[in-house]
Structures are given as structure tokens and as C-alpha cells.
Design a protein around this ligand. Structure first.
Ligand code: ADP
Length: 237
């Protein structure tokens, strides 16, 4: 079943920059897909259109049956309830502990309070942070902070997890740890994962489907297991 359907999507920013041009792609439920390309190629813009941080200028972006371009601001919550987002810089609230950071996200989605506690505890356990439930972000390592961000994104059981350079601030060993968690989530919960990254070694190792974006265009769509770094992306940062 198709979870994401992008048809001839364009994103032209107000200053005239064409960040995405005529991009079409479909992604099935349960897939794990990398999005790679050099800096400025349009990875973030593509990903932002999926959670409607940006609207496509032209074309269609359908996520979980919702037409993102047509979605009114007042209805964006309907889309956001279906997905979780993980960022490079974690974006945790510094004065809230691990539990409160995850719970706050569910409160924002408007969940009834009696549903929040079990969801929060399950999500924290899923990322292996049960022992750190009451710690503040400043009391955690970078990898642990990213695990909190993953727990926060997963707490409402979304169908889709969008990750924008989630290992960008982490050392290679910690990145591997985070990838293990994401792979596990994808396999055990069937959550569809879309992850933008620069890390070629990681992409080579994981053997997933890879979308290569170059100058806003989908340059290749490499099926699961067949991807090997090629010259055009070798020097991307
Ligand atoms: P990547 O994530 O691959 O580094 P981006 O999607 O961030 O690429 O950027 C794609 C292009 O769009 C770049 O030329 C960038 O400068 C431009 N761009 C990104 N965001 C904006 C914006 N808000 N306004 C204008 N141009 C932007």
C-alpha cells in the first residue's frame, strides 16, 4: 500500500530558488528509504514537504491519504498526528526531563491525559532509556538525547517517521547505535522511515532503498540492497 505519493512536485521559494523540480516518487507502507545528495540539493525541502513545513508550489504531495498542498493550516494537526519527525539537533526542551519532553509532544497533539502516561513509558523503554526517565537533556550524551527525540517522535505510534540528518551531530559509534534503533523500529513495528543523510558509509552498510537528489531533481531511485556510493555523491558533505 502506498503511504506517500509525490507527483510532479516543485518547490520554488519566494526568492526564486527552485529547490525541488518535477519530483515524482511513491513509498510503500513499511519501507525504509534514505534520501541522499550534496548540500543544497533539496533533501530538506523534499522532507519538509512531507510534513508540511513547506508546501509544494506545484504538483501533488500525498501523505497517508492527505493532500499536503491543499491542507489548511487549521488542519495540519491531522497530518502531524500520523507522523513523527527527528532532527539533527534533537530539539529537546532543556528544562523538561526525558519523560516530560515525550509527554509534552503528546499533549500538543491533544491526547487525553490518561492515554499519555502509558504511551510515554512505552516509547522511552523502546529506545532503551528507562533508567534515565527523570534526567534532563543536559544530563544525557548526544546519542541519548537523540534517543529521547526518537521516543518523542514515536510515542503516538505514527505510521511514518521522518528523520532529517539524525546522525549529523553524532560520532560513528553512536550513529551506528541510532541506526540500530531505527532499523529495529522499522522491522518490529512496521513504521515507514524516511531518512535524509550525508553519511555514505552508513547508507552503504544499511542496504536500503536510496533516493538520490541532485539539484532538486530525483537523479536515481536505487532499490533495496543495490546501492553503492558512486562518484556524483562521493564528495557530498
Ligand atoms: P539540502 O537539505 O540538500 O542541503 P535544501 O533543501 O536545504 O537542501 O536546499 C535546497 C535549495 O533551496 C538550496 O539552494 C537552498 O539554498 C534553497 N533554500 C532552502 N530553504 C530556503 C528558503 N527558505 N528560502 C529560499 N531558499 C531556500
Amino acid at each position: 500500500m502506498k503511504l506517500i505519493k509525490v507527483e510532479h512536485a516543485y518547490k520554488i521559494y519566494k526568492n526564486g530558488t527552485t529547490a525541488i523540480a518535477d519530483l515524482s516518487v511513491t513509498i510503500d507502507k513499511g519501507e525504509f528509504v534514505f534520501v541522499i545528495g550534496s548540500t543544497g540539493s533539496g533533501k530538506s525541502t523534499f522532507i519538509k514537504m512531507l510534513y508540511r513545513e513547506e508546501k509544494p508550489t506545484r504538483g501533488k504531495v500525498i501523505v497517508g491519504g492527505i493532500d499536503v498542498a491543499k491542507l489548511r493550516n487549521s488542519k495540519v494537526y491531522k497530518l502531524r498526528r500520523k507522523l513523527g519527525v527527528v532532527f539533527q539537533d534533537f530539539k529537546l526542551l532543556p528544562k523538561l526531563n526525558v519523560y516530560e519532553n515525550v509527554a509534552f509532544a503528546l499533549e500538543t497533539l491533544g491526547l487525553p491525559s490518561n492515554e499519555i502516561r502509558p504511551k510515554v513509558l512505552r516509547a522511552i523503554e523502546a529506545v532503551g532509556l528507562k533508567e534515565k526517565t527523570r534526567n534532563l537533556p543536559s544530563e544525557l550524551s548526544g546519542g541519548e538525547q537523540q534517543r529521547v527525540a526518537i521516543a518523542r517522535a514515536l510515542a503516538n505510534d505514527p505510521k511514518l517517521l521522518i528523520c532529517d540528518e539524525p546522525t549529523g551531530n553524532l560520532d560513528p559509534d553512536t550513529s551506528k547505535e541510532i541506526m540500530k534503533i531505527l532499523d529495529n523500529i522499522n522491522r518490529s513495528m512496521g513504521t515507514t522511515i524516511i531518512m535524509a543523510t550525508h553519511d555514505k558509509d552508513l547508507v552503504n552498510r544499511m542496504k536500503k532503498r536510496v533516493l538520490v537528489i541532485e539539484d532538486g531533481v530525483l537523479a536515481s531511485d536505487v532499490k533495496k540492497g543495490s546501492y553503492k556510493v558512486h562518484e556524483s555523491v562521493k564528495d557530498s558533505k
